[in-house]
Design a protein around this ligand. Structure first.
Ligand code: KIV
Length: 266
């Protein structure tokens, strides 16, 4: 591990110091080098690759072998970023399987942390993975792997009861050993509350500016999504190179100018 490597501990220190954490998805070596050069701290090999790389309608068809392949490509190019790999749909349906899948993402893919979606229903899987010394990132709010159950990609936690459930799930995840939490598409006030409840860093996507950090899908912030969700900003504006766009994103997250009100939900 090089001296400047970002670790779970560095992220907690950044939260304590009030320094925002910038995160982007990446799926290959070339973009990983550019993301590193922009000073972004964390790369997520998201199962969003099913949609942006493979052209699938959802993340559900993505396999563990595909996640390992893309994680390995990113791992070869990364120098100091912390590398998180998504656990794909059905790869953690039992605690034992979760441990196996997480182990493969770390051993074969070179991930430093694994991410899985869900709250109280995933506590045993999280405990098992964590007991093997594998850092875990939780994911609450809009859960893309549950899109069919949720009835679409909708903002979560607008009703009081749902908001209380997400807040309680966040607390339970932290207690079970989660090291980082992604909160997707929730009202900014709920995300602010959860970020202040927890000692672990909270990374928002469509969750307002008061989270401890932000994540976007790389191809979305490069303006490549023909139907971008409201929380996306195109940083590749006319005249900017890809490297400049990545730097503009990193700077905007650091100074708290992204997300603005128009990228957030009430
Ligand atoms: O798969 C992914 O890219 C993600 C982010 C949207 C958080 O989970």
């Amino acid at each position: 591990m090089s001296k400047q490597s970002i670790t779970v501990r560095s992220l907690i220190e950044m939260k304590s110091a009030g320094e925002k954490i910038s995160v982007l998805t990446s799926y290959d070596a070339s973009f990983t080098r550019l993301i590193e050069a922009a000073g972004i701290e964390v790369i997520l090999v998201g199962d969003s690759l099913g949609m942006v790389i493979q052209g699938q309608e959802s993340t559900l068809p993505v396999t563990l072998d595909e996640m390992i392949y893309h994680t390995r490509n990113v791992a070869r190019a990364r120098q100091s970023v912390l590398l998180i790999a998504d656990m794909p749909f059905m790869s953690y349906r039992t605690p034992g399987l979760a441990m196996e899948s997480a182990g493969r993402l770390m051993k074969e893919g070179g991930a430093h942390m694994v991410k899985l979606e869900g709250g109280a229903n995933q506590l045993e899987a999280i405990r098992q993975i964590s007991s093997q010394g594998i850092p875990v990132c939780g994911h609450l709010g809009l859960l893309p792997q549950s899109v069919h159950k949720l009835g679409g990609y909708r903002v979560q936690g607008r009703e009081q009861q749902d908001a209380s459930q997400i807040r309680e799930d966040a607390r339970l995840l932290q207690e079970a050993g989660v090291d980082l939490l992604v909160l997707e598409c929730v009202p900014d006030s709920l995300a602010a509350q959860i970020s202040s409840d927890l000692t672990i860093p909270v990374i928002g996507i469509g969750a307002g500016v008061q989270c401890d950090g932000q994540v976007l899908v790389l191809y979305d912030m490069l303006g490549m999504n023909p139907h971008p969700p409201r929380f996306v900003k195109d940083f590749l504006q006319s005249g900017r190179t890809i490297q400049e766009a990545l730097q503009a994103y990193a700077d905007a997250v650091k100074e708290g100018s992204f997300p603005a009100k128009e990228h957030s939900f009430k």
